[in-house]
Ligand binder design. Structure first.
Ligand code: GDP
Length: 138
């Protein structure tokens, strides 16, 4: 079993897409090991996305991530990291495959509805950034 970290981003929460996205997650065989709704602070968003600190879009991205509530999740299944990224689709919805979350729901490259860890190291950091051990129920 592998764990990954997922966010339903503000654009999707705002448009009442939580249920539709979770439906896709569960029907692909992921177990939701942890889940909570949260309003990120700017400091949290900046720490979470610290790898993008030098990027020109860092300020826009972190402002967007605090623009409304998000849903934070720990997902479990075999190959969870790659499978969740596949289900989300490419970062830019214009490049995302048919049937992916970003193709079907995202607004644009920034407001792309979902986040997923990109490696085991990132997943471990991101899960522990938002959840304590006792909140994760495999
Ligand atoms: P991800 O792993 O697919 O989420 O993509 P990245 O790690 O490359 O980027 C993190 C997030 O930053 C993306 O999901 C987008 O929300 C946002 N983002 C990426 N590239 C751009 C960009 O060029 N402009 C803006 N405004 N946001 C971007």
């Amino acid at each position: 079993m592998e764990r990954t970290f997922a966010i339903i981003k503000p654009d999707a929460v705002e448009r009442n897409l939580i249920g539709k996205i979770i439906e896709r997650i569960e029907s692909k065989g992921f177990k939701i090991a942890a889940l909570k709704k949260a309003a990120l602070s700017k400091t949290q968003a900046e720490s979470f996305y610290h790898v993008h600190k030098e990027r020109p879009f860092f300020n826009d991205l972190t402002a967007y991530m605090v623009s409304g509530p998000v849903v934070l999740m720990v997902l479990e299944k075999e190959n969870a990291i790659a499978d969740w990224r596949e289900l989300m689709g490419a970062t830019n919805p214009a490049d995302a495959d048919k049937g992916t979350i970003r193709k079907d729901f995202a607004i644009n490259l920034e407001k792309n509805s979902a986040h997923g860890s990109d490696s085991p190291e990132t997943a471990a950091f991101e899960v522990s950034f938002f959840f304590s051990g006792t909140e994760i129920l495999p």
